[in-house]
Design a protein around this ligand. Structure first.
Ligand SMILES: N[C@@H](CCC(=O)N[C@@H](CS)C(=O)NCC(=O)O)C(=O)O
Length: 286
């Protein structure tokens, strides 16, 4: 057991839905591991070394081998440790599960996130609902408790953000668009999922998430010395010096930080020049 702890290391904070995917699977399989909590605004040198391509958590290190990307990690764990299966054995069923997990990652989660960064724009809400409706229909057609049947599987785990985080961000931002009336099957599924012992033990306290997301979305419009800067997203790495491209669209990649909290700005090239020349901005944000 002690050896297992030494050979399995998980890098990533408990508040991240991507990290929780991995934690849920480790919990389901009863695998002991060492957890490195990590600060997503200032990732450790270990994470940057183990995941130099994406520079993100979670990262799992097993017997010294790093594995990145939550769904890849989930599948890896399922391959290595037997016991409760996460993916179906049947190749077709397995492909179907991977299809839905990919759909959640590529369509549903980004569409839902966009609702909050757009401050509840009607069109953006409609687009997110369209994606969620596809999941709702899938549950209706299957008629099962979970996407995988009677037990939790890959798709349920992939959808942990929808089950738990989404409602919390809705509360933090006061932008409610996923209702029980609109998505009764999803609501029922989410309830089953978050109340499963193996999941419940892992989920971060709701009040912590609430506080985090309130802070994250509170700065919608920020004024720096008369310059109205639209802040629509929080940002990541604190001290990395960004490259400054020449047009406004690319400026959305400008990374700045205010103390621990980082912000993500859209500003024009002219605004940038003006802002950069102001010492207040420099002290405050870099
Ligand atoms: N596709 C990745 C997404 C992981 C991800 O976005 N992780 C965030 C934390 S929730 C992160 O590491 N952010 C740090 C950064 O971007 O610098 C996965 O599934 O693992």
């Amino acid at each position: 057991m002690a050896d297992e702890v030494k050979t399995v290391k998980l890098y990533g904070p408990g508040g991240s839905p991507f990290v929780c995917r991995v934690k849920i699977v480790l919990n389901m399989k009863g695998i002991k591991y060492e957890n490195f909590e990590e600060d997503i605004f200032n990732l450790s040198a270990d994470v940057l070394k183990y995941n130099p391509v994406h520079k993100k958590v979670p990262v799992l290190v097993h017997n010294g081998n790093p594995i990145a990307e939550s769904l890849v990690i989930v599948e890896y764990i399922d391959d290595v440790w037997k016991g409760v299966p996460i993916l179906p054995q049947d190749p077709y069923e397995k492909a179907v599960a991977r299809f839905w997990a990919k759909f959640i990652d590529e369509k549903c989660n980004p569409a839902a996130f966009k609702v909050f960064s757009s401050n509840g724009d009607e069109q953006v809400v409609a687009e997110a609902c369209e994606q969620l409706q596809i999941l709702e229909n899938e549950l209706k057609v299957k008629g099962t408790k979970f996407f995988g049947g009677d037990n939790i599987g890959l798709v349920d785990i992939a959808a942990d953000f929808i089950a738990y985080w989404l409602g919390t961000i809705e509360e933090a931002t006061e932008i409610k668009f996923v209702t029980k009336d609109k998505f009764p099957k999803l609501a029922e599924w989410a309830d089953h999922f978050i109340n499963c012992e193996v999941v419940k033990e892992i989920l971060p306290p709701r009040e912590h998430l609430l506080a985090f997301f309130k802070k994250r979305y509170e700065c919608k419009n920020v004024v720096f010395d008369g310059l109205n800067v639209e802040c629509f997203h929080i940002l990541w790495r604190v001290h990395s010096e960004p490259q400054y491209p020449a047009n406004k669209k690319e400026y959305s990649n400008l990374r700045a930080s205010e103390g621990h909290m980082s912000l993500y700005f859209i500003i024009t090239a002219a605004e940038y020049t003006a802002v950069k020349s102001q010492s207040k901005f420099n002290t405050l944000l870099f």
